[in-house]
Design a binder for this molecule. Sequence first.
Ligand code: ADP
Ligand code: MG
Length: 230
Amino acid sequence: MTNISKCYGTGENRVSALKRLNFSVRRGEFAAIVGHSGSGKSTLMNLLGCLDFPTEGEYLLAGTAVSGLSDRQLSHIRNQQIGFIFQSFYLLPCLSALENVELPLLYRGLSRASRRAIAAQALESVGLAHRANHRPGQLSGGQQQRVAIARAIAGAPPVLLADEPTGNLDSASGLQIMDILTGLWRQGHTLILITHDQDVARAAPRIIRIQDGQIAEDICTHTTSKEDFS
Ligand SMILES: Nc1ncnc2c1ncn2[C@@H]1O[C@H](COP(=O)(O)OP(=O)(O)O)[C@@H](O)[C@H]1O
Ligand SMILES: [Mg+2]
């Protein structure tokens, strides 16, 4: 990200949510983005995830300048590159766990059988093979978040973007989710974790602290590879 700014509203209502941010996350890195409420974390998450555009500045995702893309190209790069994990899971209540995990695969032109097989494998990897036919409402919060993680990884995106993934969970389930996410990073995913919780952030080898829309601190204890991602 180069000189990224994001403003909301106009005139007197104009809010400058991010101010000339510069940073990059390398492929295979695990970075936590931390900051108080209102500091700009969600705004940054939306930009990183190509869910919104910056007012100014350039964002490269896997070497592609995002600002030049059409909506269609944007959904494509999002689907290929990023797995999203949100605080409130965003599972579809009328679908089974397995069907929820299959969703990102629908755009991949796979047969129904191979979609099923990949989704089943992803559910198994988060320890939920035995809950494949349950609906979200029949699962605990921690289990629902595990389904959401399975959905995020089913399409094998290199990047996982998690916004307060433990925010709605009790501490035991939160720890379990962090173990799974850390394990995915160790397997090679780039992991960007957005949190206001210092304890959760501590799992990350790199911590970027946002304050009033600016980077107040960027502490990196080690990096894992050389290739630039954004
Ligand atoms: N859609 C929006 N319209 C106007 N202001 C917004 C909007 N979204 C966020 N903001 C403002 O931008 C700033 C950063 O918000 P946000 O990115 O949600 O911070 P965080 O996620 O760290 O709590 C805040 O001052 C917030 O009020
Ligand atoms: Mg937020």
